[in-house]
Design a protein around this ligand. Structure first.
Ligand code: FES
Length: 162
C-alpha cells in the first residue's frame, strides 16, 4: 500500500532536518518526502529551495528529471508493468491493454476509485519470468490477463481483510 499522508510543512521540515547532513542531500530528501506523502507536493519546491539554499528552478529541475518522483498523489496501490525488451517479447503490450481496459485507466493514471495507479517501468530484473509486474512491493512473473485480474482482486481483498 502506498504512503499517502497529507502534506504537512512541519513534517516536511523535520524530514529535511533528518537528511540535510547527507552529501547531495536533495535526492535523499525528495525520496523521503515521497515515501511520507506519496508524491512531491508543489509546496515542497519552495520549501526545499529555501532550506537547501537552492533556486526553485534547481529543485524543480531535479524533480522533473527523475521519473520516479510523482507530482500527484498515487492511488492506494501501484501497479508497475515492465515494458522492456524481454517482457515486450512475451506480450506485455497485450497485458497493458488488458489492464487499461479492465480498470478504465491509462498508463500513468489512477483509477476513479483511487485504488490503483498504473505505471510502466523498464526492467524489474525478472526477465526470465516475463512478463513481469510489481504490485506495491511484490514482484510477479509470467503474468497474463487472468493472473493480473486475480492479483489485483487479491490486493483489494487484502485491504478489506485488514
Ligand atoms: S525486461 Fe521485464 S523484467 Fe526485465
Amino acid at each position: 500500500m502506498n504512503a499517502r499522508a497529507p502534506w504537512r510543512e512541519e513534517r516536511a521540515c523535520a524530514i529535511v532536518a533528518e537528511h540535510r547532513h547527507l552529501r547531495g542531500s536533495l535526492l535523499p530528501i525528495l525520496h523521503a518526502l515521497q515515501e511520507e506523502f506519496g508524491c512531491i507536493d508543489q509546496a515542497a519546491v519552495p520549501l526545499l529551495a529555501r532550506e537547501l539554499n537552492l533556486s526553485r528552478a534547481d529543485v524543480h529541475g531535479v524533480v522533473s528529471f527523475y521519473h520516479e518522483f510523482r507530482r500527484t498523489r498515487p492511488g492506494r496501490h501501484t501497479v508497475k508493468v515492465c515494458r522492456a525488451e524481454a517482457c515486450q517479447s512475451m506480450g506485455c503490450d497485450d497485458l497493458v491493454s488488458h489492464i487499461e481496459r479492465s480498470l478504465s485507466v491509462s498508463l500513468g493514471g489512477t483509477t476513479a476509485d483511487d485504488a490503483f495507479t498504473v505505471e510502466s517501468v523498464f526492467c524489474l530484473g525478472n526477465c526470465a519470468l516475463s512478463p513481469a509486474v510489481m504490485v506495491d512491493e511484490r514482484l510477479y512473473g509470467r503474468v497474463d490477463a487472468r493472473r493480473i485480474d486475480a492479483i489485483l482482486g487479491a490486493t483489494l481483498a487484502a485491504e478489506t481483510a485488514r
